[in-house]
Structure formats: C-alpha cells, structure tokens
Design a protein around this ligand. Sequence first.
Ligand code: 7TS
Length: 406
Amino acid sequence: MIFPINNIRNDFPILHRKVNGKPLVYFDNGATTQKPVAVIKAMEEAVFEYNSNIHRGVHTLSNVCTEAFEKAREKVARFIGAAHTHEVIFTRGTTESINLVTSSFGEMFLNANDEIILTEMEHHSNIVPWQLLQKRKGVRLNIVPIRDDGTLDMETFDAFLCENTKLVTIAHISNVLGTVNPVNEIVEKAHQRGIPVLIDGAQAIQHLSVNVTDLDCDFYAFSGHKMYAPTGIGILYGKEKWLNRMEPYHGGGEMIKHVSFKGTTFNELPYKFEAGTPNYTAAIGLGAAIDYIESVGLVNIREYENMLFDYAISRMSEIENVTFYGTSAHRTSLISFLLNGIHPFDTGTLLDKMGIAVRTGHHCAQPLMKRLNIQGTVRASFAMYNTCEEVDALINGLVKVRQLFG
Ligand code: 7TS
C-alpha cells in the first residue's frame, strides 16, 4: 500500500503554516500531536448543533449529546479491545488516569510496606503520584534500573517480584528513550504471582496496536491529545474486577445512585469514576480521532512511521559528535540525542529559527536524566504526518547548528 502522506498532511492545516519564515517542521509529537480537520469538525458540530449537558436531560439536545459521548466511549473500547465498554473511563489525560489508580486502588488495596514496582524511565506522572501515596500510606517503591542501551534490567525486575509486591506500574514506551518495554512479559510474570499491572500508554497508543484483552493488563492509561484528539480528555481502561471493588476517585454529581446525609450509594461503572460534567466535547473529538486513525489504519501508520524512524536514524548517524540516548533494537517513534558540547536548549532554539520544532530538556523524567548523567536531551518525536523531507530539514538544521558552534 502506498501511504497517502499528501492527503494526510492536507488533513492537518497547521502543517502548512510557516514558523520564523520557514515551513513548519513539527517534531514535538511526543508532547502533543496536531489535530486533523475531522476532529475539529466533530467538536464544532457538537458545540454548534447539539451542545447540552449529558446524562441528565429529557430534552433532545441532551439526548443527542449523551449518545455522541457514549458512542465515543464505545469507539475507545473497540479501539483498545476492551471486553466491556464500562471498563473505559474518561479522564483528563494520562496524568489523571494514573492518579485515579493511585488514589482509588491505592486507598483500597495498598498498605504500609506493600511494594510497588516502577522503573527508572517513568515520566513524572508515573512517579510523583506514587510518592504521594508513599507519604500517605508508607508503601515502598522498587525502581527497576535501565541498562546502558535504555532497556529495562529485567533481572532486577524479576528479583523485585515477591509476595509484598502489590502493583507493577510501567511505561509502555519511554518518552525519552523510545524503548518499547516488554509489557507482555511483565504482565505475564506479575500475573503468575497475582500482581496487577498498570501500563502508562501515553507514548504507545498512537503508534502500536494496543489490545488490552490480549495484553491482559489490569489498567491502561493514555491521553487524547497525543493521538490527534484534543487536550483535556484521556482514558483509564481498568478491568471490571478491580474497578468494581475500588472506591470512587472524586465525589460529586453523576457518580452517585442515591445521596442522603446518612450515606451515599455510588453509580455503576463507568460513571462511578466520572464525577461532574465531563469534557464531552473533547470526548467526541477523541472518537473522531479514532475514526481518523482507523481510516488510515494503525498497521499502515506503524509501517510508515517505522520507515520514517529508520530513515531518521540512518541520517542522524551521518552527523559527527552526536550522543544518542536509547539505542535498543526495540525502540520507536522518537530520537533523543545531544550534539556533543552544545547545550540542548541552544540546539532547540536555533532549530526553531529554522522552523523546526523539537523538544529540549528533561522531558519530565528527571530520575532518568540523573541515571544518564545529563541535564536534558534534544528530542525529535514523529507522527504519521511527518516526512523524510522533514527529516532532511532536521539534519541540515543540525549541521548548521554544529557549524555555528564551530
Ligand atoms: N506518561 C508518559 C510516558 C508521557 O510521555 C506523558 C507526557 C505523560 C505520561 C503525561 O501525559 P499528560 O497528557 O497527562 O500530560 N509526555 C510529555 C512529553 O514527553 N513531553 O511533553 C509531555
């Protein structure tokens, strides 16, 4: 199949703008992706044609809006292969999804001296919530180190698994190293001991075909805005058996069955975890983003992005005096590097003058930076609309940066 890159680029109007007088080259997709017209149109239609608070009304607009919101949930459930639609909970994003598990699962099932396994390559949003729980409850955090190639030290992971382990929480793909972690193996090993697994899929959901039922993970968290949908919407997938036993995360409207001052009973799944008016407009946008991804085909996207990634790696290796961070054979979608002797901030600023958007800094992974013994990296992260010509522009830009610094 020939990947319809020109059509795809035309679906993303922002890609045609100039930045600092140069055509935009957007390589900051790990932070957030751009949105196709179809997503904007779906949200525009929701706002202009049937905006109304959901689930509460008897009137037509409310019913239409509720239906669109619930249809989006069904799309997500199908997209990730969830066994039940009510296992899909709308949140604000990956961060809130993880905090939901930390609070609700943590309050219910974790006690002093229970152990949680996480890794050295986690984003702050899969570290700090657990540290807050550690303060509240005295749980212990076991951190799996990485090897020099940016893969997990699985021997240490194996050694950490013990009868005190009550949860494993891990990124599917590292936002700094691009490493694709062996989540199947991790889930299998944890489950042999009856330990549940939470996967932070923020960097995976837009690149890999994720099937939570095949994977058998207990929780899977991701953000809409990294998969061509708007900000302010995300997903927590959770197995029914856990969600049913967990206490609600937030209290308020919509999550109750009956409230009295003697006591309150909670609504069924998924509403138990969706207190207050959700961002239904963004949820509808997420549904449209899934339609868009499916219209291109995740398999085709993956094939194209792999080609682009391999091309970028081979071209990057032409540049002298570069250090790469993350060199595993199992990595994808992003490249972290430093031009030796040049501060990443300077590289990023000069690239921006050439219209090239990359991210620089610690990428919300300061413990990983400490392990790598650096302050930060330059990161180019890819999406389905990027091209080999854009990679060429990046390479030319880096050559210029090198020349400027002598
Ligand atoms: N987990 C990982 C692995 C991430 O990469 C990110 C965001 C998050 C969690 C948090 O997602 P949010 O949507 O709730 O904010 N990562 C990045 C990044 O790499 N640059 O900007 C945001």
